[in-house]
Design a protein around this ligand. Sequence first.
Ligand code: PAF
Length: 330
Amino acid sequence: MPEIETQEYRLNLILDGSLKNMEVVRTADELSRYHGCELVPTMGALHEGHASLIRAARRGNHRAGQADGAGTQDRGPRGGAPDRVNTSVVVSIFVNPTQFGPQEDLASYPRTLEADLQLCRDCGADAVFVPDDLTIYPEGAQSAASAALSLPLPPSATQPRLEDACRPAHFGGVCQVVKRLFELAAPRGAYFGEKDWQQFRVISQMVESSRRTELVIVPCPTVRDADGLAMSSRNRYLTEEAREHALGLVRALRAGSALLEAGEQLQAVQAKMAEVIAAHGLSLEYAVARDQESLLPPRNQSRVRLLIAAKLGKVRLIDNCEVGDRAIGG
Ligand code: PAF
């Protein structure tokens, strides 16, 4: 198989006809024709969870009063009159080096560009933005990684002591790349999976504080396999046996949610979740009940969300749910 990084390979894919009706754009200039789009930022290795984001973007989910399919009327640069609202759906695929810590899996992060492009096309994306490092970081990825360490971050990226504590450089890199993608695509809506709940809160707060009132951050429900495992690009690292261990996360969420609904105290709920995680042979990073907006310990009026992170060997798994969420099954 050819190197997926080469431009020739990408061009071959596009020219073979299988991707017609969808454009692959690589430069800031090309992307500027999609300003005002609905953006689905990803790191590739796409799965059904991403497909649900693209479909939500296709429906233009955030635009109040619009029925399903409303976003399909204007197809942006190809056919849309210049004075009409651009409702193109753009998926970005960029494995962002600045959000990976030195011990993390940047080098082995799955890269499946050909399948990703097919999925985007099948879900109705108008364009896929596949930039190289220099398009995102003209100063170079190394300098960008250093700069990410000192970016001012919203409170949900530093106070909760959840992902922020386990992956200290992570949200600096996420905010940096998302901000840059927003500059380049100037989207009206941007779609993020609730599986990365803290990331969704961080990006929401970042946008709120930037006063970009024209941009709506849209959370989309976690998509799960039939057994309840939350879909993740990293699940492809799991063997059948490992999957059985990984199911500890959703089972812990079910147990915690049931206890909270039955009126149990937070400490007992968190202890129960930790117990389920240990019983599945996973090494616990955190299992907590938090206010779902601030991600701090809940107050009386809080809507409570349970959040878990655990490791299975080298594979890090996260999951979360709102208390009482029937979608986690059980
Ligand atoms: O959730 C992801 O895939 C990434 O963190 C994101 C938002 C695309 C930024 O690289």
